[in-house]
Each structure stands twice: as C-alpha cells, then as structure tokens.
Write a protein that binds this ligand. Structure first.
Ligand code: ATP
Length: 355
C-alpha cells in the first residue's frame, strides 16, 4: 500500500477563465481515509479523476507511494475507483462483476474465486454471488462495486460520491460499513462527497475545497473547533455557525452589550471589523445577553433550534441557538442569548481565522 501526494496540481479546462483545481497540495498518508468535500463545482471530481489518470494535469505532479504517476496510464496506477452509479455489468453475475478486473489481468481462476469469496464474506454478499445486479437492492449493488475494488488489492481506493444513489437510511448504514471496512483493510482512500456530515463521520482527515482552492485539511474535530476561515466555519456543522461582523472598539470586540474575550495577539492582525463566529450550541439562553426575537423554533426532542433576529450596532442579524428542548421559547418571544466565551471564533475582514 502507499500514500498519495498532490504537489501543486492544477487543472484548467480549455476555455474556462479559472482553474477547476488550483495548485492543490495534499498528502494522504498510507492507510489514511481522506475525504474531499466542498460545494458543487469546487473541483472535487476533477481532483479525483486526475489521481485516477482519467483527467489531464496542466501543472504539478501526483505521486502514489514513491512513484510519480503524473504521466502514467490509468491502468498502470494500481488504484481502484468506486463510482456513484456503481458501473456494474448488468449481464454478469455478482461474482463475475467482482472478479472481472482480475480475469482481465490473467489471474488464475482459483485465485479469483478465493478473493471474490473473501470480499463477499466481508461485505455480506455471499448469498448473492450468482445473482445479476438487477436482482439486488441499491445498497447491495453499492457493496458489489466496493467488492470489485477490494478484490484487486490496489494501492488506493478512489470513491466518487458512492452513496449518493442510496436513500437516507441506507446512506447512514452504508457509510459506517465503508468506513469500518476501510479501517479493517487499511487501504489508502480518497473519498469525494459534497455532504459535510458524510465527510465528518467518515474521514480520518477532511479536505475542504472551494472554487478549486483547498481551504483547510484537518481531522474532523479540528475543522469543527478551529476552522481556518469563515467558509470552513460555515460549511462544517449544521445548523451553520453564526457569523456576525462587528466593529472593533478600542482593543476589544463587543457583541451587543457583551464583551467577547479576545487574545491580544489575535487583535494585532484585525482590521476595523472582525467576524465573530459562534456555533448554535455555544450560544446559550441567558439572563443578560443579546436580545433575540424568535422567528422559528425547530423541536428535535432533546434539543430545539431557535432561529431569530438580533440587532447589533444598528444591523439586524439572523442568529440560531441550540437550546434544551424543554426550555424552548415560543415564536415571537424575545429571549436573551450569550456566547460561551471559551468557544468564540474570530475572523479578520479577509475571513481568515485570528488566533
Ligand atoms: P460536483 O459535486 O457537482 O460533482 P465537483 O466539485 O466534483 O462538483 P468538478 O466536477 O471537479 O466539481 O468541476 C469543477 C469545475 O470544472 C466546475 O466549474 C465544472 O463546471 C468544470 N468542469 C468539470 N468538467 C469539465 C469539462 N470536462 N470541461 C469544462 N469544464 C469542466
């Protein structure tokens, strides 16, 4: 097995004004599960296809292990790709689909049968080996696509939105299966999704991309607790982090009437305004706090999301707070909320994290 390295990799489609992938630097460790996540059109699929050898590279280099594969043909790269539409052969049985690449590579029949049986056991597909894909559920087809990748024992798995054709319940179930399977096999995996929950629950690390540019690559907890900029802050977590732009007064920051504790070093780099970030669960009901006029309450049982409007320095801001479900206020009420001082994020005018 091997790690994967993108070294200043750029792809500019002919006729487009900006690169689809712009000088991407990324190191995926041997055995790591790395998720590429970002909104539609940010360049995730292009990044994956360049690694697979299915897309031209206009600048930079890609390595798999010690090998520079930038100009190596796809079939020589020793990787296996799992697509969102599974791309199974409809006329072949599950076993034949799973063993097809090995057969093409001239692997002996007995070896193919052994590897297919082993993968099928790990994927709960053993009872279905003689069926055709049309006789399988969506989740089973997806597992056959995984099995086809596994039997090849590649250096790396590349997965492009493999769960996007499954219904919500099956997605959750299958994502835990894929994540635990990957950990068991220890095969370096690059996984593309636009779903931040999928990214956060599956990845050892998550690379957040926007407009072809890598914004931050970190472990899920780090992304959540120390987002590098307002884009990552708003993209990761649901409901999104509250981001409130306020003027800097003296050497401090005030949110309504409340002092926001800031480190002196952080303020050195701040401009005339800063953006204060507070996650909904860190904005709590309080006696003295920011007045919030409640527009909507979403009851989730144990918790409730309270959406409302707060006035800061003459500007109205939409704010959301997560409260105990038993304390949820009524629509139209005025409540007070205050940020947990330990959990306030600060960003400069250019949206970069301060401190
Ligand atoms: P999605 O989640 O919608 O699949 P993505 O993040 O995977 O999006 P890409 O498919 O990599 O994004 O596309 C990145 C950018 O490159 C987009 O602006 C897209 O329109 C453009 N693009 C993709 N493929 C081509 C192509 N073959 N020719 C020209 N432009 C393309």
């Amino acid at each position: 097995m091997a790690g994967v390295t993108y070294d200043a990799v750029t792809r500019r489609y002919p006729g487009s004004s900006r690169p689809a992938v712009d000088a991407l630097d990324l190191d995926v460790a041997d055995g790591e599960f790395l998720v590429l996540v970002g909104p539609s059109g940010c360049g995730k699929t292009t990044s994956l296809r360049m690694l697979a050898g299915l897309e031209d590279i206009d600048g930079g280099r890609i390595r798999i292990g010690d090998r520079d594969v930038t100009r190596v043909a796809p079939e020589e790269r020793d990787i296996a790709m799992v697509f969102q539409n599974y791309a199974l052969y409809p006329h072949m049985s599950v076993a034949a689909n799973m063993g097809f690449a090995l057969k093409m590579a001239g692997t002996p029949k007995s070896e193919i049968a052994r590897r297919v049986a082993e993968a099928a056991r790990g994927l709960d597909l053993a009872p279905y080996l003689d069926r055709k894909p049309r006789g399988l559920s969506g989740g089973q087809r997806q597992r056959v696509a995984m099995g086809r990748a596994i039997v090849r024992q590649p250096q790396a798995f590349l997965m492009d939105e493999p769960l996007s054709n499954l219904d919500a319940r099956l997605r959750v179930q299958t994502r835990t299966q894929i994540a635990s399977l990957q950990r068991r096999l220890g095969v370096t995996t690059v996984y593309v999704t636009h779903d931040q929950v999928e990214a956060m629950t599956m990845g050892d690390r998550v690379a957040v991309v926007k407009d072809g540019l890598l914004q931050q690559c970190a472990a899920p907890g780090e992304l959540y607790d120390r987002p590098a900029n307002t884009f990552v802050a708003g993209f990761v977590g649901s409901p999104a982090m509250n981001l409130l732009t306020v003027p800097v007064t003296g050497d401090g920051v005030r949110l309504g009437g409340i002092d926001v504790p800031v480190e002196r070093d952080a303020m050195r780099d701040a401009g005339p305004t800063v953006t204060v970030g507070v996650r909904p669960e860190d904005l709590r009901l309080a006696h003295d706090g920011l007045p919030l006029e409640v527009d909507l309450v979403e009851e989730l049982g144990a918790d409730a999301y309270v959406y409302g409007r707060a006035r800061l320095d003459g500007t109205e801001h939409q704010v959301v707070s997560r409260v105990n479900g038993r304390q949820s206020p009524a629509r139209g009420a005025i409540v007070h909320v205050a940020p947990d001082p330990e959990r306030v994020h600060l960003f400069d005018g250019g949206s970069r994290r301060l401190g």
